[in-house]
Design a protein around this ligand. Structure first.
Ligand code: TXA
Ligand code: MG
Length: 342
């Protein structure tokens, strides 16, 4: 199936274009759309067949549940059976925005969305196109990031096409997404609440509103239950091998010396040399996050042998960036199957 691309104004989405996309969703088909974090691959969350289509297009294992997107807090009750006080406090503070809340689900939510589990992850995205699309569709929208399973999330429509061209019906192209990395995922069904995936809403931001939370381990214990299926190690990975370096310059020189083509994500400005593509990253964590996937997509497309990333600073606001880079660097060979997720 050819994938249609429609350009939509990011700030003032054209109602006729949104109506067309909403109609595609209502017919049980797939639409990639921008959110304030990354592009999502949307389907009607209440249509099990449509949601299964997301898994097929992405090559995503069925044990990895997807986030349901709503355009109003009042619509959460359509999919979740509980709305604890902490959810109310967090939604008041951070919605619309990059915070996903895991709640107990309603029976109406198909098992395909929740991987058969008792909980559903919900968020209200802060992008005008996403909000307009959800409202026009009139149903909650299930949407993982619009990439093939385990690969880099897309922050531009071109990135979506790179993985999913011909596999989905429609892409709404509204240019780059401002946030750049995926939402924070917080499980409110455990006590204290558990941070399943760090993101642009930081641990400190959350704790200021609801008090102490716990951090999920980075890697599940062998054979143990997964805190979140998407927490598996290799993930968000470019096709080119990526490594984190405490002394990036030295590592780059070593690789260039053996004839490798190297892409280098660094905060140090300087000259290019033969075989080296240097991308100078911002010093500020938010700006770094916004630029990260676009930089990795660019290096991937440039046919590098290796990507070297200077280890970013530590600190709460860098936690999500460390998380994504650690997963991107994970050396496991790529394979599709039930052990991997997206
Ligand atoms: O920013 C985002 O969150 C983007 C945009 C499109 O909204 N979406 C996104 O979805 O990153 P995805 O599917 O790539 O990541 C969703 C994460 C996965 O780690 C998944 O395992 C977890 O949320 N998740 C979804 N439902 C869950 C549930 N019921 N319980 C625990 N974790 C859940
Ligand atoms: Mg994803």
């Amino acid at each position: 199936m050819p994938t249609e691309v429609i350009r939509v104004d990011p700030l003032h989405p054209q109602a006729d274009l949104i109506a067309r996309a909403a109609e595609v969703l209502r017919c049980g088909r797939l639409v990639a759309f921008p959110t304030e974090t990354v592009y999502g691959l949307g389907a009607n969350a209440l249509d099990a067949g449509a949601v299964r289509g997301i898994f097929a297009a992405k090559g995503r294992p069925a044990n990895n549940p997807v986030i349901v997107h709503v355009a109003e807090i009042a619509c959460v009750v359509d999919v979740a059976s509980t709305w604890p006080k902490t959810a109310d406090q967090l939604a008041a503070q951070f919605w619309p925005g990059p915070l996903t809340l895991v709640l107990l689900k309603r029976d109406i939510v198909p098992d395909a969305v929740t991987a058969g589990g008792p909980t559903v992850a919900v968020r209200m995205p802060a992008h005008p196109v996403a909000l307009a699309l959800i409202r026009a569709a009139g149903v909650p929208i299930a949407a993982p990031s619009a990439n093939r399973s385990t690969e880099l999330s897309p922050t531009r429509a071109e990135h979506v096409l790179r993985g999913l061209d011909g596999l989905i019906d429609l892409v709404l192209d509204s240019g780059p997404t401002p946030g750049g990395i995926e939402s924070t995922v917080l499980d409110l069904t455990s006590t204290p609440p558990r941070l399943l995936r760090p993101g642009l809403v930081t641990r400190a931001d959350i704790e200021r509103v609801i008090g102490p939370i716990q951090l999920a381990p980075h890697t599940p214990s062998a054979g143990g239950a997964l805190p979140s299926p998407g927490m598996l190690a290799r993930h968000y990975a470019p096709r080119t091998p990526l490594e984190l370096a405490t002394d990036g310059r030295q590592r780059v020189e070593e690789l260039l010396a053996v004839g490798d083509k190297v892409g280098w994500l660094t905060v140090v400005d300087g000259a290019m040399s033969a075989g080296l593509t240097r991308i100078v990253m911002p010093h500020d964590a938010r700006a770094y996050a916004a630029a990260l996937y676009a930089a990795l997509h660019l290096l991937d497309e440039g046919g590098q042998d290796r990507i070297v990333v200077d280890t970013p600073p530590s600190g709460d606001e860098w936690l999500a960036i460390h998380d994504r880079l650690r997963r991107a660097a994970h050396a496991e060979p790529k394979k599709e199957g039930p052990q991997l997720s997206s």
